[in-house]
Design a protein around this ligand. Structure first.
Ligand code: FAS
Ligand code: PHB
Length: 392
């Protein structure tokens, strides 16, 4: 088989890249190790920046997000038992975010790919990358016991943190930067009405909590838990009990509980691989970087990587120009590191760090108090949350 761009991974990065390239007439094949249902079963991000919405528009897959997504102008910070609203729309001169689950984004991209009759190889095993630093890049994989090989011009490694693409790069050619946090997020998805119209980020002496949603009837909640906790230790009842303890009285009153549709624990880490290009191999999304989900940046960074990469490939094929390809890594990393900083800062501000004790809690509360009373500080929070500009 031959294609112009071989894409490893059918998560949001791989599928969005495939769709943008298809729209530009560039042939591509997506190779995914799991089944489509498995990919859809992973419950992850919930907040889309305007830049991500613009890229979904460009890909021709934003209709449902506009119809079913929830535009949000602000969110609340809960600390010392009180909630304080951050008015993003006012502080950023009219910007907002869209609450629309990553699962739905993936579903929309999968449907568009199938409708266009594009090749996606699901349940591919033993995927391997060859000669990406030479002239004849190739991808090999097993499917139904048969070995297949795809010759291509470029390989896009959109295969997430545990993928094969980054692992195929010689250790001498890549720098890794990592910080692992001493806690994780225990997440619950439930068909119960959200406790509030907007998201609530809570800093409490018992730990962080986040009240989010997927619709007016489906809620997504998170609790900070120690990194050695296993999901088996938690029942629905224990989850709701602990969440209620971390809410203010009014939210506690309004909290509607119910059976969880999904319960999982996500570890928290900050991670960046530099550079993101190795000859004809390009990393995008979680394959190249991870952020703690506090700032809702993971999926949005993946989208902006794909925006840069798709325009680089389009420029290469249309104008025979190498400029976008040669600048890909630097352009992505400039935006990635700012989002890494913001996600680390917001995580450090909102979570309980046992080692900093009561003093640490008081310092966090003082910073939050300053933040809600300083227009400069809350504007900085708001402009990072809605997403910094994407410089092409
Ligand atoms: P993904 O990991 O989504 O997709 C990679 C794909 O590659 C997967 O389908 C995988 O099966 C496939 N793959 C892996 N190895 C392969 C191989 N060898 N061959 C072929 N295919 C292979 N972000 C937020 O903004 N908010 C959140 O609340 C949030 N919660 C998260 C919770 C968890 C548990 C995780 C892991 C991430 C979370 N994220 C969150 C971040 C998440 O949304 C990612 O940023 C997003 O999935 C990135 O998309 P991709 O880069 O496509 O990577
Ligand atoms: C979510 O709804 O899953 C979500 C929202 C905001 C975050 C993280 C996760 O910061």
């Amino acid at each position: 088989m031959r294609t112009q761009v071989a894409i490893i991974g059918a998560g949001p990065s791989g599928l969005l890249l495939g769709q943008l390239l298809h729209k530009a007439g560039i042939d591509n094949i997506v190779i995914e190790r799991q089944s489509g249902d498995y990919v859809l079963g992973r419950i992850r991000a919930g907040v889309l920046e305007q830049i991500t919405m613009d890229l979904l528009e460009q890909a021709g897959v934003a209709q449902r997000a506009h119809a079913e997504g929830l535009p949000h102008d602000g969110f609340e910070l809960l600390f010392k038992g009180e909630r304080h609203r951050i008015d993003m729309h006012k502080l950023t001169g009219g910007k907002r975010v869209m609450v629309y689950g990553q699962t739905e984004v993936t579903r929309d991209l999968m449907a568009a790919r199938a409708a266009a009759g594009l090749t996606t190889v699901y349940e591919a095993s033993d995927v391997s990358l060859h000669d990406f630093d030479g002239g004849q890049p190739r991808v090999r994989y097993q499917k139904d016991g048969v070995t297949h090989e795809i010759a291509c011009d470029f390989i896009a490694g959109c295969d997430g943190f545990h993928g094969v693409a980054r692992a195929s790069v010689p250790a001498s050619a890549i720098e890794l930067y990592e910080k692992v946090y001493p806690f994780g997020w225990l997440g619950v998805l439930a068909d119960v009405p959200p406790v509030s119209e907007e998201l609530i980020y809570a800093n409490t002496p018992r730990g962080f909590a986040l009240c989010s949603m997927r619709s007016h009837t489906r809620s997504r909640y998170y609790l900070q838990v120690p990194s050695d906790h296993k999901v088996e230790q938690w029942t629905d009842a224990l989850f709701w009990e602990e969440l209620a303890r971390r809410l203010d009285p009014e939210a506690r009153e309004r909290l509607v509980t119910g059976p969880s549709l999904e319960m999982s624990i996500a570890p928290l880490r900050s991670f960046v691989a530099e550079p993101m290009r190795f000859g004809k191999l390009f990393l995008a999304g979680d394959a190249a970087h991870i952020v703690p989900p506090t700032g809702a940046k993971g999926l949005n960074l993946a989208a902006s990587d794909v925006g840069y990469l798709s325009s680089a490939f389009i420029e290469h094929y249309r104008e025979r120009s190498q400029a976008g390809i040669d600048h890909y890594s630097a352009r992505c990393l400039s935006r990635i590191w700012k989002a890494e900083r913001f996600s680390w800062w917001f995580t450090s501000l909102m979570h309980r760090f046992p080692e900093t004790g009561e003093f640490g809690q008081k310092i966090q509360e003082a910073e939050l108090d300053y933040l809600i009373h300083s227009e400069a500080a809350s504007t900085s929070l708001a402009e990072n949350y809605v997403g910094l500009p994407m410089k092409l």
